[in-house]
Write a protein that binds this ligand. Structure first.
Ligand code: AFD
Ligand code: MN
Ligand code: MN
Length: 406
């Protein structure tokens, strides 16, 4: 899209949605920040392409941060990088290191990046009999200590946010006692809340299944919600798009959490089959989720503390990862622009008159039919950013450089 096309497109949008709504959409896109995951730039975790490494894949945290810096320079929206204690702050992948975290914090700063959310990493070695839900006290205590370390790192080097995803559950009926497993998890989490500073924001991620599981300990938003309520304090639910059954109405889950006034967060990605961690696609579902976030006033606020936490959790094995993460950021910006264009007052008026189809069409005029590329383009131009960050990346020569070097 050229600047001229953007200006013409904006005029058309202003005719349909009004100049004020279009201006507000541009300002929201300029304010929107989303964390990118350190793990997208490195080796792929496993699965069908576990042995495959895309050309130029990062081999160290330094190279991951180099790549993240390129993404942030092009998008202007991703200065925060989500980290994992055992992937990013550990020598052996078994114990976390505060010293390494400090070094990574300094490396990030040199690249105009910051550490975002910190995950304590409950999977990898040692959690095959569960982590926080394990019957063995020594296992639970080991992971509790790792969480306290993650909180200390988040406090000193991050944004005071830790995100907890547990591999806990069972592969067969009868393997564990379902009630005890949950009660272990709940007690471990309540102890955690007491052991970490109150100002550490803690988000609990749920996941309906893992390949091969009969049960997961935190399978759905209701369980995560119950656990956060049991913990109290600065605690919320983390919604990962790939962690639901296909028929789940995720925008309704978001609406529930908003009604319960719980400050939550997202791991954005796209699922086709399951927890695919694919790049974010501009789906109707994602646009509707963004409508709930905009109408719930928890996104793109000037006051950061009113915002939910927005992170991308993505790492597919086959495609160019830097292409994929820029694509995701771009898509999320477009979804936000669409949601900003919904005229809520007119929608409520149609709802009040029981105009079901007219309300649906009004909703979809913004969420599904509007071409908001001019909004995102103008938001970038006003920040002196490339109008199309992915094209700029492809033309930058950075990929050839890392293909050769790595
Ligand atoms: C896996 C888990 C979960 C977690 C992510 C990063 O399913 O989404 O947030 O790894 O730790 O995708
Ligand atoms: Mn996730
Ligand atoms: Mn996942």
């Amino acid at each position: 899209m050229t600047e001229q096309q953007a200006k013409i497109g904006l005029q058309s949008l202003e005719l349909e949605f009004g100049a004020a709504a279009v201006k507000a959409a541009i300002e929201a896109v300029k304010r929107f920040k989303v964390e990118i995951p350190s793990w997208i730039f490195g080796p792929f975790g496993g699965g069908r392409f576990g042995e495959y490494l895309p050309p130029g894949a990062a081999r160290s945290i330094e190279e991951k941060l180099d790549d993240a810096a390129v993404v942030n320079k092009l998008t202007g929206a991703t200065e925060f990088v989500a980290m994992h204690v055992l992937w990013d702050f550990s020598e052996d992948g078994a114990l976390g290191s505060y010293k390494i975290a400090r070094e990574v914090y300094e490396m990030a700063g040199e690249r105009h990046l910051k550490i975002g959310s910190v995950s304590p990493t409950y999977f990898l070695r040692g959690s095959h009999r569960n982590s926080y839900g394990a019957d063995e006290k020594s296992t639970r205590e080991h992971y509790l200590e790792q969480t306290v370390l993650a909180a200390r790192i988040a406090q000193d080097f991050g944004v005071k946010l830790i995100t907890l995803w547990f591999p806990d559950g069972s592969n067969y009926p009868g393997q564990i006692e379902l009630r005890r497993n949950y009660e272990n998890m709940k007690n471990s989490l309540m102890t955690t809340r007491q052991k970490i500073p109150d100002d550490i924001w803690l988000l609990i991620e749920y996941k309906v299944f893992e390949p091969g599981t009969y049960s997961t300990t935190v399978p759905d938003w209701g369980t995560a919600f119950a656990l956060t309520k049991a913990m109290g304090g600065n605690t919320g639910v983390l919604v990962d798009l790939g962690h639901h059954f296909h028929s789940a109405n995720i925008e309704q889950i978001v609406a529930r959490l908003l009604s319960e006034e719980m400050r939550c967060g997202f791991h954005f990605n796209t699922r086709y089959a399951a927890d695919d961690d694919h790049a974010v696609e501009p789906t109707p579902e994602m646009a509707r989720i963004f409508y709930e976030l905009v109408s719930g006033k928890v996104i793109a606020n000037k006051d950061e503390h009113k915002n939910w936490a927005f992170m991308i959790d993505q790492c597919s094995g086959r495609e160019n990862r830097i292409h994929a993460i820029i694509h995701s950021v771009d898509t999320l910006q477009h979804c936000l622009a669409k949601a900003m264009l919904v005229d809520q007052r007119a929608l409520h008026e149609l709802q009040g008159r029981d105009e079901i189809v007219l309300a649906n069409r009004h909703f979809n005029d913004a969420l599904l039919r509007a071409d908001v590329r001019p909004v995102v383009a103008m938001a970038r131009l006003e920040q002196l950013l490339p109008i199309d960050p992915l094209t700029d990346y492809v033309e930058s020569g950075y990929q050839n450089k890392i293909d050769k070097e790595r």
